[in-house]
Design a binder for this molecule. Sequence first.
Ligand SMILES: Cc1cc2nc3c(=O)[nH]c(=O)nc-3n(C[C@H](O)[C@H](O)[C@H](O)COP(=O)(O)O)c2cc1C
Length: 208
Amino acid sequence: MEKNLIIAITGASGALYAHHLLRALAEHIPGKSRVIISPAGLRVCNEEAGTRFQNSEEYLDWILGSLRHQSDPLHSFELEDYRDIGARSASGSNHHDGMAIVPCSMKTLASISHGITQNLVERAADVTLKERRPLVVVPREAPYSLIHLRNMTALTEAGGIVLPASPGFYQKPESLDDLGRFIAARVLSSLGIQVRLFRPWLEESSED
Ligand SMILES: Cc1cc2nc3c(=O)[nH]c(=O)nc-3n(C[C@H](O)[C@H](O)[C@H](O)COP(=O)(O)O)c2cc1C
């Protein structure tokens, strides 16, 4: 079944998780996603990946590579402007199957948990909660202050899912990409989408 999602990338460390999430959608899941990238999200990617993207278009092209402009893609992506609080994702009439914010900064987390909607990421998340659709946030900070923890509690009480950027190591990751795939699969699972991005726990490999 086709999945229509909203994926936001904000300015917390861990851009890699977003890259794997978008690639997993592009490669495995039929449907369509609207993508919103905050200016801080773009900056963090440039810091972490050593890139020099000037805008979200360049960033998304880089993540998806040749998958971005296929004539008949399995999953298509439409960028929305972070500043455009009148974009489709800002409206409850835009039916979708869930929203993920990967990674999610403490600032965006704080805004959502207080009902503040000053940009399209915050507005789309606010609408997703009010429409009782799945909202998954992947926050990253260390350590957490009491304010962060309270905001995560408030978001959970409002129906959101807090999925921390805490990949497991019991599956013996061999690369950063393995860690990225772990979180991407967990995010998709929380949105009701099962996709095999790594070997499930206790499943024997053919080499074992
Ligand atoms: C290199 C870099 C790394 C950052 N890492 C984090 C982080 O891990 N968690 C966080 O909450 N904010 C982090 N920030 C700060 C946020 O980017 C900042 O609060 C920003 O205003 C968030 O805006 P946004 O939520 O609209 O993307 C980082 C900023 C930079 C430049």
